[in-house]
Design a protein around this ligand. Structure first.
Ligand SMILES: NC(=O)c1ccc[n+]([C@@H]2O[C@H](COP(=O)([O-])OP(=O)(O)OC[C@H]3O[C@@H](n4cnc5c(N)ncnc54)[C@H](OP(=O)(O)O)[C@@H]3O)[C@@H](O)[C@H]2O)c1
Length: 220
């Protein structure tokens, strides 16, 4: 079935992989990035079809620092891109999501919300708010609009390029995961496709975790 899907942040990384996968499945994807929708601008508008079956919000940040070096401005920037931008996209899309017979929203969190990690205070706080938003809206908009989030671990995208800059760092990152690998954009893109599809029609208010087991397992 062809669906109308609005994908915020479809020009790189997970968003781009999701766009390619959703289009290959016959969906109509309206993809944006900063040139067409600046998530941190409260006045930003978007041209949205009359009826929308899905909304995916991908913009995110990685600003890893010890707490004592984080400024108010850095907390605010992470909050704007990760959380407020999502609420702005949701506000713009809601009238069209309501017009579809059933609709699905996919937001992005991070493994660092469930599993505390040093240097992640700012991003984990902003994404923690996204997880709270996910469950609140899932309750408020049931049964017509489902709302779920994906919380990946380190994933090979332009956003994580600095952290995965050389083979040594990539191998060390893979070693930290019970499944002994780092995430690929496709791992999360496949979950986006699942959460937008009828296959997940009994699933709402959930956080799915493509994290190689990092947040839940300890291998002795
Ligand atoms: N990669 C990881 O290791 C990892 C780990 C945990 C969670 N995540 C989460 O997964 C999601 C996707 O991450 P990714 O790695 O695919 O990121 P990415 O490669 O940086 O892609 C982000 C997309 O969002 C757009 N974007 C960024 N800032 C924006 C803004 N202010 N307004 C509008 N669009 C904006 C970018 O397009 P333009 O730059 O062209 O505007 C791009 O299309 C994020 O929410 C991230 O926090 C990623």
């Amino acid at each position: 079935m062809m669906r109308n899907i609005l994908l915020i942040g479809g020009s790189s990384g997970i968003g781009l992989a999701a766009k390619n996968l959703l289009e290959s499945q016959g969906n109509k994807v309206i993809a944006t990035s900063r040139s067409t929708f600046e998530a941190t601008n409260p006045q930003a508008t978007l041209s949205i079809p009359e009826s929308l079956d899905g909304l995916v919000y991908c913009p995110g940040t990685i600003n890893l620092k010890p707490f004592h070096r984080l400024t108010d401005q850095e907390f605010l920037t992470d909050w704007e891109v990760n959380f407020l931008g999502a609420t702005r996209a949701l506000r713009l899309a809601l009238p069209s999501l309501k017009k579809a017979p059933s609709a699905s929203v996919v937001l992005f969190s991070t493994v660092a919300v469930k599993c505390g990690m040093p240097m992640h205070a700012s991003i984990a706080s902003a994404k923690g708010a996204v997880e709270g938003l996910t469950r609140s809206l899932a309750a408020e908009w049931a049964p017509k609009i489902r709302v779920n989030a994906i919380a990946p671990s380190l994933t090979e995208t332009p956003l994580a390029a600095g952290i995965l800059a050389d083979d040594k760092r990539r191998e060390a990152a893979a070693e930290r995961h019970p499944l002994k690998m780092i995430g690929q954009a496709e791992h999360s893109a496949e979950l986006v496709s699942y959460l937008l599809s009828d296959a997940s029609r009994f699933t709402t208010g959930q956080i799915l975790r493509p994290d190689g087991g990092l947040s839940s397992l300890r291998l002795f």
